[in-house]
Design a protein around this ligand. Structure first.
Ligand SMILES: [Zn+2]
Ligand SMILES: [Zn+2]
Length: 311
């Protein structure tokens, strides 16, 4: 069992809690108008974490606690891994942006991740990549971006695309709390050591899975302009106060230098998608780093062949 037995969670803000599952966070939001008005789960962790999520929910809200809805910031497999398992216990609506829906109704797949910008996390992530597309059609509801989500009336939903086409963030104006998924994160998610150790560092969206960097920059600028006092991200510790505002402003102002990978697959040309799913993926161009690795591998193979021949 890789997950802690005890229901281990942390408070983000009044009525908002999070729990960390290995290297990814999920959040629990109570309606501030009172617990009887219900609560929602934001994101659904990695595969095999349903019992952990349920036990945290029961620790916060009481035995048998059930959310009134599950909201997805986006549908990457580290944010939806336990979704099918959870829905067996909690048959509730699953809200996602219209552009994210194709990836949870078995209609489309995300563009391939970019292994050239993975920096070590790719080997862990590859274990989590879904073999077949997720299909929870029966429970899916498209988010009404104008009116928000009925089960969470006080929160605004913001389309923070870039990391994925239908990525959303949640904002509570009352105390300027943000739940941002992977629009930006609080650790260097590409680095396996940073990520697993939960080392704090305000960073752009995880590089290996971000497929539109121009949109990702615009999204970070929008989030920064909201001057949040608290931010819960998909990866890393909760960010607060000046550290958050200054760090986020710095990220927004220097996004290209700080966040965009040099020469990655999607660095110059984005993948494109709409409500039907992914419809354009830029061709893979080998980067310098990859050329070097390929060159070395080629040299070693050549050496082995030569050696075999001259024996
Ligand atoms: Zn993601
Ligand atoms: Zn993530």
């Amino acid at each position: 069992m890789i997950f802690k037995k005890s229901a281990d969670y942390f408070q983000v803000a009044q009525g908002v809690w999070g729990t960390r599952i290995l290297f990814v966070n999920v959040y629990f939001i109570a309606n501030r108008r009172g617990f009887p008005k219900g609560w929602v789960l934001v994101d659904a962790g990695i595969q095999g974490s349903a019992s952990h999520i349920i036990s945290v929910a029961e620790s916060i809200f009481g035995t048998g606690a059930k959310p009134s809805a599950i909201i997805l910031t986006h549908a990457h497999s580290d944010h939806t891994g336990a979704l099918e398992e959870l829905l067996k216990q909690w048959d509730v609506p699953v809200y996602a942006h219209e552009y994210e829906v194709p990836y949870i109704t078995g209609k489309s797949s995300y563009p391939p991740s970019d292994p050239t910008v993975g920096e070590g996390i790719m080997s862990i992530m590859s274990l989590l990549f879904r073999k077949k597309p997720l299909d929870v059609s029966k429970n899916v509801r498209i988010i009404d971006m104008e009116n928000g989500i009925a089960e969470l009336p006080e929160w605004r939903i913001i389309h923070t695309l870039g990391h994925t086409p239908g990525h959303i963030s949640l904002f509570l104006p009352l105390n300027t709390t943000l739940i941002v998924g992977d629009a930006f994160v609080a650790t260097k998610q590409e680095s396996a050591i940073y990520s697993i150790s939960n080392i704090k560092r305000i960073s752009g969206p995880p590089r290996y899975m971000t497929t539109d960097w121009v949109a990702a920059e615009a999204s970070v600028k929008i989030l920064s302009s909201m001057e949040p006092r608290i931010a819960g991200t998909g990866h890393g510790p909760v960010l607060r106060g000046r550290e958050l505002q200054e760090g986020l402003r710095n990220l927004a102002e220097n996004f290209v230098e700080l966040a965009v990978p040099a020469g990655g697959r999607y660095a110059e040309t984005p993948a494109e998608a709409d409500e039907t799913g992914t419809y354009y993926v830029p061709p893979f161009r080998s980067t310098t780093k990859f050329k070097a690795v390929a060159g070395l591998a080629g040299a070693l193979a050549g050496f082995a062949i030569i050696k075999a021949f001259v024996k």
